[in-house]
Design a protein around this ligand. Structure first.
Ligand SMILES: C[S@@+](CC[C@H](N)C(=O)[O-])C[C@H]1O[C@@H](n2cnc3c(N)ncnc32)[C@H](O)[C@@H]1O
Length: 249
């Protein structure tokens, strides 16, 4: 079912909603993104939300960050968080409306933003616009929902007698093949990809089979999020509901 963007905006304007409840996952996302940001990059953080990622990207040496979102509430939270960062400019932008942004970004980050555009034609339109706003050698770091990741995790859960985890009503995850082929047809090359499969498998596949209590901040999740855990198990994009795709012009 396709949801109206007004409903999506109302959801994000609710002060009680947090962009991401699982802070270990959020930190792991930020980690895979920030290690791909070069010194001194001019960055667009599209759909910046409360600015948790923005803060990390603005803390990197020499970066300049334009952080944009369509929600007053999210921008207000981001403004409070980033008050002391003179290298960050916050702006209200609805990517499905008309807006002005620069065309010379070194890096564009989309961290769980595009999945909030709940139909594929809108996602395609915004993908093309974001790619146009990159410098020639710039990179689009797209950390978004993967339908194949959802399916492989749910397949594992089924084997362990767990119910599937559905995609939320205000999200439309990407079909991996459709995304990569759409980008290729428009001349954009997939230069790298990554995922958080180890964390997803451990926290959404194995832990719930042993302990049904929901506690994002537990010790198990902290250990699961460690980069050494990932280095040892290395599931990459397998089982990863969120995948990092890196595209270049
Ligand atoms: C899941 S949050 C992600 C926030 C942040 N990137 C993060 O990683 O924590 C998605 C964000 O996309 C924003 N968003 C959704 N649709 C949008 C649109 N059409 N234009 C601009 N921002 C939008 C929402 O307001 C929300 O802050």
């Amino acid at each position: 079912m396709i949801h109206n963007q007004d409903q999506v905006l109302a959801y994000w304007n609710d002060v009680a909603v947090e962009s991401m409840y699982d802070k270990h996952l959020l930190n792991a996302e930020i980690e895979v993104i920030q290690r791909r940001i070069p010194i001194g990059a001019k960055i667009l953080d599209a759909g910046c939300g409360e600015g948790e990622g923005t803060l990390a990207y603005a803390s990197l040496t020499g970066t300049v960050v334009h952080a944009v979102d369509f929600s007053d509430t999210r921008l207000q939270k981001a403004r409070e968080r980033l008050r002391q960062y003179e290298n960050v400019t916050l702006k209200q932008v609805d990517f499905l409306g008309t807006y002005e942004l620069d065309y010379d970004y070194d890096i564009i980050v989309s961290q769980r933003f595009l999945i909030n555009l709940t139909d594929w034609p809108s996602q395609q339109r915004v993908l093309l616009d974001l790619m146009r706003r990159l410098r020639k050698v710039g990179r689009f770091l797209m950390l978004e929902g993967s339908q194949q990741g959802v399916d492989s995790l749910n397949e594992f859960r089924a084997a362990w007698n767990l119910e599937p985890i559905p995609v939320k009503w205000h999200n439309l995850f990407f079909d991996d093949e459709a995304l990569v082929s759409f980008m290729a047809q428009n001349g954009f090359e997939l230069v790298d990809e990554d995922g958080l499969g180890t964390y997803f498998l451990l926290t959404r596949g194995i832990r719930p089979a042993l302990d049904q209590t929901l506690n994002w901040d537990c010790e198990f999740n902290r250990l699961a999020a460690m980069s050494t855990t990932d280095a040892l198990l290395g599931f990459g994009s397998k089982f990863s509901r969120l995948k990092l795709w890196i595209f270049q012009k």
